[in-house]
Write a protein that binds this ligand. Structure first.
Ligand code: MN
Length: 159
C-alpha cells in the first residue's frame, strides 16, 4: 500500500512538472562489443555492454564470453555482483575458497567487497551476464592476475 502510494505520487509529480518519461530501447547491434582489457583479464574475453552505469542509473549489465582458458583477474565489487551463466562451462572462486564449476542457468552472487574471479574452464568457453551496481562512480577494485597455479588447482567443486 505504501509502495503503491509512492508510485502514484511519482506519477502525479511527473504530470505536475510535465516531465514526460519515455521508454528507451537500445537495439541489438547498436552497442559496442569490446575485448576485455589485459590488466583485467587473462586470455580473450569479449564484452557486450548491455547498459552502462551512470550517476543517475548506477546499475550495469555486461554480457561476457570467455574463450577456453580466459578468465578475469582477482577483483571485487562495492555492492556485490550477480553472474547469470548463459552457456558453456565455467569456474568461479572467491579468495580463500574452493574453485567451483558453473553451468548455464546457474546464478552466482559475489557479496560486496569479496575478492573473486570468474571465467571459462581450460577446455570449454563460458558466457555469462554480469549485473552489478556502481558506488560513488566505482564498479570495483582490480587486483592481481589469477596465477596459473590458482587457475588450474583442482578439481572444481560442483556443489
Ligand atoms: Mn566479478
Amino acid at each position: 500500500m505504501k509502495r503503491l502510494a509512492a508510485i502514484v505520487s511519482v506519477a502525479a509529480l511527473s504530470v505536475a512538472t510535465g516531465a514526460a518519461q519515455q521508454l528507451e530501447i537500445t537495439r541489438n547491434g547498436a552497442r559496442d562489443t569490446i575485448r576485455g582489457p589485459e590488466q583485467a583479464y587473462t586470455g580473450t574475453a569479449i564484452a557486450n555492454v548491455l547498459f552502462g552505469a551512470s550517476a543517475e542509473r548506477p546499475l550495469t549489465a555486461v554480457e561476457v564470453t570467455f574463450e577456453p582458458g580466459a578468465h578475469t583477474a582477482w577483483h571485487n565489487h562495492p555492492a556485490g555482483q550477480y553472474l547469470v551463466v548463459t552457456s558453456g562451462v565455467g569456474w568461479v572462486q572467491q579468495r580463500g575458497g574452493k574453485k567451483r564449476e558453473v553451468r548455464p542457468g546457474d546464478v552466482v552472487w559475489a557479496p560486496p567487497g569479496v575478492a573473486h574471479w570468474h571465467g571459462a574452464t581450460p577446455t570449454q568457453a563460458m558466457s555469462h551476464l554480469a549485473i552489478w551496481q556502481f558506488v560513488d562512480g566505482s564498479g570495483g577494485e582490480l587486483f592481481e592476475h589469477v596465477s596459473d597455479e590458482e587457475y588450474l588447482a583442482g578439481p572444481a567443486a560442483t556443489e
